[in-house]
Ligand binder design. Structure first.
Ligand code: ACO
Length: 425
């Protein structure tokens, strides 16, 4: 491809440099375009706009490919662990044994929360949605850990990153326990990241908690599958918040708030609730008619970037079967989901719009079988995505070209007019 594009407007021509990526589409650099032409580019949903340069995650939505630092997601899910993927996302390379040991130790020894956090939780209503608790509690971390919020100090940035990855399971488990009306369970340093999280969620004082390696592995895989996903809405929110120099706890709280929306991370709760509403296979045709009549969307289907199978959905479906098999659960909703998927994949309405199952379609059934209520699903997503958010925040911060994010607009409101007193309106 040429190294520049030429845009002609009337009798003026503008040269726009073409910047080359290592894979995927190149980009047309419009940074000087406004200064040269007095015109803005217009792309409200960012459908044709690259908002940053990044080396972390690559998606080819047409081919159904997802790579973290070059490694395919299916290989990471099968062969790696969530903590190793965290290191990879943060540092760019897989760790050697010594590097992993140090990282594992750093994360493990940051999992406890300040004792006063208990009182902070008690301020929430009992029926508070766990995502509401997450947004508040993560935002409040800066009030407890003010010694690591100097964003200009690389060491403090690193400590904040470790604290966030380490404390998120503890906060998420407490949001769950508070929601359930059960006592908090403290982290244990001799357990793995995912086993520790499951124990903090499901152990009760009345009996010994027995780990199940299949469920621990499933939890770890679910975390890997949600760890990062390029410049999605919540990640872009984190980057935009961070561009002003805001500290990472505030930026991640902003990301959590964005993730909660039903078009984004909130879809996993809605996808399960939709399956519950359909209930049985014989109700599917009627439900599909409602989708086609645009009364509602088929939750867990469609994606802005994937116009093919979401590779995470394939891995999620496999994990779903493993978990249900291990627990001996014969969930009728799995039958509904599989039939719904079959019908949707052969129906012209969905084929024409390239609507395939996304990761949320099977995650709800899996998480429900593991014992999580649907209100916790987005919390688990936020827990896992924290490493992606913080890696992208760190990358943005270390970029010498960093500028505060400041989009412009196409103004279509009133032009200048004079103020009229109230009796003259
Ligand atoms: N069910 C039915 N129709 C759909 C769906 C769906 N789930 N998704 C998109 N469509 C239709 C739209 O109505 C539109 O049809 P039209 O061209 O006839 O008007 C067409 O497909 C294109 O849809 P857009 O809304 O333009 O696609 P966009 O890229 O903006 O939206 C999104 C992507 C938000 C994910 C959408 O597919 C959706 O709402 N899906 C359901 C929610 C969901 O599962 N979200 C999870 C996303 S993955 C994640 O965050 C982990």
């Amino acid at each position: 491809m040429a190294d520049k594009a030429t845009l002609t407007i009337g009798d003026q021509s503008f040269d726009l440099p073409i910047l080359k990526g290592t894979t995927g589409p190149d980009v047309m650099d419009v940074r000087k375009f406004y200064a040269d032409s007095d015109l803005f580019t217009f792309d409200p949903g960012f459908t044709s706009t690259a908002s940053c340069e990044s080396k972390i995650t690559f998606i080819d939505g047409d081919a159904g490919i997802l790579l973290h630092r070059g490694y395919p997601i299916d290989q990471l899910v099968e062969k790696s662990s969530f903590l190793e993927v965290c290191y990879l996302l943060l540092h760019g390379e897989l760790p050697n044994a010594a590097e992993f040991e140090t990282f594992d130790h750093n994360i493990t020894y940051h999992t406890m929360l300040h004792a006063q956090f208990d009182r902070f939780f008690e301020g929430f209503r009992r029926d508070a949605h766990p995502m509401a608790i997450m947004t508040g509690a993560v935002g409040a971390l800066s009030a407890f850990y003010a010694d690591s919020i100097n964003v200009d100090d690389p060491r403090e940035r690193e400590i904040s990153a470790h604290r966030l990855i380490a404390k998120m399971p503890t906060i998420a488990a407490r949001a769950f326990k508070y929601h359930m009306g059960q006592p908090f369970v403290s982290p244990r340093n001799n357990l793995s990241y995912s086993e520790n999280f499951l124990r903090m969620c499901f152990a009760v004082p009345a009996e010994d908690w027995v780990p199940n390696p299949i469920l621990t592995r499933a939890m770890d895989r679910i975390f890997i599958l949600h760890a990062d996903h390029e410049q999605n809405a919540s990640t872009s929110t984190v980057r935009l918040a961070g561009s002003s120099g805001a500290h990472p706890f505030a930026c991640i709280a902003a990301g959590i708030a964005c993730l909660w929306g039903p078009s984004h991370g909130g879809a996993n709760q809605e996808a399960l609730e939709m399956l519950e509403e359909i209930g049985t296979v014989d109700k599917i045709p009627e439900f599909i008619e409602g989708v086609k009549a645009r009364k509602y969307k088929l939750m867990g289907f469609g994606h802005r970037v994937y116009k093919n199978f979401d590779p995470r959905a394939t891995a999620m479906q496999k994990t779903c079967h493993e978990v249900l098999g291990e627990l001996g659960i014969n969930d009728p909703l799995l039958e509904v989901a599989m039939e719904l998927e079959k019908i949707a994949l052969s129906d012209p309405y969905f084929i024409e719009r390239k609507l395939y199952p996304n990761i949320d379609f099977y995650s709800g059934i899996t998480l429900r079988a593991m014992g999580f209520p649907s209100k916790m699903f987005t919390v688990l997503f936020a827990l896992a995505r924290t490493v992606g958010w913080i890696s992208q925040w760190k990358e943005m911060f270390e970029d010498p070209a960093r500028k505060i994010g400041r989009p412009r607009q196409l103004y279509t409101g009133a032009t200048q007019r004079d103020y009229a007193p109230i009796d003259k309106r």
